[in-house]
Design a protein around this ligand. Structure first.
Ligand code: FPP
Ligand code: MG
Length: 292
């Protein structure tokens, strides 16, 4: 089970991927990987095995995305709400995270070769110290890889992300770094955990649940959202190609919408300097976590 898989594609898969690649390809795709426990029940294995299969699927899915030319992928791996699950299950998920983030070091050459940068978005302060350290080290180790970006939402909810962003902005106002008049949609976006990413064009949720579960609420307001009944460990390349195909069919309409309504406002020098300072502070915090 690996972050970077290299399974061979069948001729039919290659052909279909090449056909899809003739059309517009989203640059950023997000997944709510749901249904691991139902998969475990269905296949008569332990819940932990269901989550392991979920991780395995993530590796495969990243390979399909790389092959299709989807540069950035964001996945919901652990919600802050998930801390409310039984202690046994939270411990299992934390142990899985420990093993997988540890594996980043073993796979560092493969990750470099494929240019994969792993970023964790979320409230790291809620995590056990050893996992926080592993995450920080993994992020620092892969930060210069720039062909493909994987954002792992871990200890994440949108409500927490937006609240954190507002606190940073209030701090900035209190320290006279910015003024109340400087507060804008662009400033808030730039203070989110996802500040380095563009918004995903497509969000896919598996397992038949039709809700967003506090995931990227700010970022997906204009995204295409697909809900599929398949459980995450059973998600396959055909489901992915189906979603990209549907995205392509609505692409022209979406582009027109973008063109008519989206007005990008550049940040002023003062606001840009505040945003840069915040990014620096977060990076220094990451270095401290890595050394802890
Ligand atoms: C949702 O299924 C899945 C999770 C809460 C965990 C997702 C984690 C992985 C796929 C592993 C990734 C790990 C790392 C370290 C990146 P569920 O538990 O809600 O299952 P259910 O909907 O069937 O109850
Ligand atoms: Mg679920």
């Amino acid at each position: 089970m690996s972050w970077v898989t290299n399974y061979p594609f069948t001729l039919l898969q290659k052909f279909c991927m090449n056909v899809i690649k003739c059309g517009p390809i989203p640059s950023h795709l997000a997944f709510i990987m749901d249904g691991n426990r139902r998969y475990a029940t269905k296949t008569n294995v332990k819940k932990a095995e269901g989550h392991s299969k979920g991780f395995e699927k993530l590796g495969e899915c990243l390979q399909w995305c790389r092959e299709l030319g989807i540069r950035e992928v964001t996945v919901y791996a652990f919600s802050i709400e998930n801390f409310k699950r039984s202690k046994e299950e939270v411990d299992t998920l934390m142990q899985l995270a420990r093993e997988k983030f540890q594996k980043v070091f073993e796979e560092k050459d493969k990750l470099k070769e494929e240019g994969v940068c792993i970023r964790v978005i979320g409230n790291l302060s809620l995590l056990p110290q050893d996992i926080r350290k592993l995450i920080a080290e993994a992020m620092l180790l892969t930060k210069d890889n720039n062909k493909s970006i994987l954002n792992v939402a871990f200890s994440y909810t949108s409500s927490d992300e937006i609240t954190n962003s507002i606190k940073e902005i209030v701090d900035g106002v209190n320290q006279n770094l910015i003024d109340v008049e400087d507060i804008s949609e662009e400033l808030i976006s730039n203070c989110l955990y996802t500040h380095s990413s563009s918004n995903p064009e497509v969000l896919i949720r598996t397992s038949g649940e039709v809700r967003l579960s506090d995931f990227l609420l700010w970022q997906v307001s204009e995204s295409e959202i697909f809900f599929t009944d398949v459980l995450w460990p059973e998600f396959c390349i055909w489901h992915l190609l189906g979603c990209v195909f549907k995205y392509q069919r609505s692409y022209n309409y979406l582009k027109k919408f973008d063109y008519q309504y989206k007005i990008e406002k550049p940040l002023t020098k003062k606001v840009q300097s505040f945003v840069d300072q915040l990014a620096k502070k977060r990076f220094e915090q990451l270095e401290l976590y890595a050394k802890s």
